[in-house]
Ligand binder design. Sequence first.
Ligand SMILES: Cc1ncc(COP(=O)(O)O)c(C=O)c1O
Length: 459
Amino acid sequence: MNKHISTPLTTDEIMTKDSHLIQSFANLDGLKQNDARTAIVAADGAHVSDSQGNRLIDGIGGLWCVNVGHGRTEIIDAISEQLRTLDFYSTFYNFTHPKAAQLAEKLAQLAPGNLNRVYFGNSGSVANDSAIRILHHYFNRLGKPNKKKILSRIGAYHGSTHLAMAMTTPAYSDGWDTAAEGLVHHLMSPYGYRDGDGMTEAEFLEVLAKNMLDAIHHIGAENIACFIAEPIMGAGGIIVAPDGYHKRMREITAAHDIMYIADEVVTAFGRLGHMFASEDVFGMVPDVITTAKGLTSGYQPLSAAIISDDIYEVISQEGAMFLHGMTYSGHPAAAAAALANIEILESENIPQRVQTTGKIFENALRGLTDLEIVGEVRGSHFMMGIEFVKDRVTKESFSDDLNVAFQIAGECQDRGLIARSLGNILILSPTLILTEPQIAEIETILRESISVVSARLRG
Ligand SMILES: Cc1ncc(COP(=O)(O)O)c(C=O)c1O
């Protein structure tokens, strides 16, 4: 559907005003040139439109989040109806409201095991910070105040608040500070293509398990609160751990009284073919699941830290105060958006459909492995990454200043596809409603774009 997009501002006017706006994770120096920026002015279905009138396939789903596609009137109507009924009230002290209560119950039903208690935030970063604060308090209440350290992983991305960034891979804070010095220990990345080179998956899994056990013995289980892990690492470059990894890590942490937080900010709500990936894809039930993004498909900022009944039991015992709170926790409009979004996911069987279309997408991208500079295509369903290398045999990387993936993303955009570059990796995390012809179009654009840049690099 090609609809005419009008915006009251010209591209030049937007860019002039935009010089006051600070974009996230941006090369601020590079952005001083207007032509380095794209203004997205409208969206529908699997597409967005820019201020120059270009219609582009949204290959990154907003930012891993617009799972049900853009412009769903059911969600938009639910938000506006909610705002007309109750625009805002916070879920603080003894106050609640119907939509937050309904959504909490719904998430408890959808989440695995006895993860039945929900704390709402407004971003994935806040969900992760909340999870850590809750677990620290939990251990304080159990009389184990030394259990504070957090095990995370090289390559992880858990957000940009001070604590979430401290849990994120150190590369993301280059030149920036961390307020949580010494609190977080980063384990090895389960990056099979590089760190597991020359090993079978089973052998690499043993290396990773030993790395975890060594860290526990070195730090002391009595000092460790939790392990936090994305089921598949996203912003670290789509890193898929070896088979059995999460179950194994769960066994090790459980044996040492270390809580397991599954950061499902990206993987929940259908991206891997299930509402939550922890149990249905990876066969394990963590103590806490954090989620955001696909929870509302991005229509409203909302996140959740979903904790087990066991943790809740301890933090809600007699005399316990929950000294943690966000004004907008469970915002009525955001909760209404999430409920309408989940209703669409369920009534249209989107996670089940992803089991088919996501596999078609995955296989289409895997077919690009024949291209000379494609080192590895990895990921699962609608969460995919392509790593480019100078030499496929030695896996030698391109030097960073060539910005290979950035060049390829630029070629993709010229051909009608938004993809995300990250060093030498191109990331695709589209809406979950892609049709087979749209998947074929993405494949064609990727093939052409990679080939053009590959030829350019050969000179
Ligand atoms: C796995 C993961 N966790 C947490 C976050 C942080 O979420 P937010 O940007 O909403 O704070 C992100 C964001 O991309 C993420 O990918």
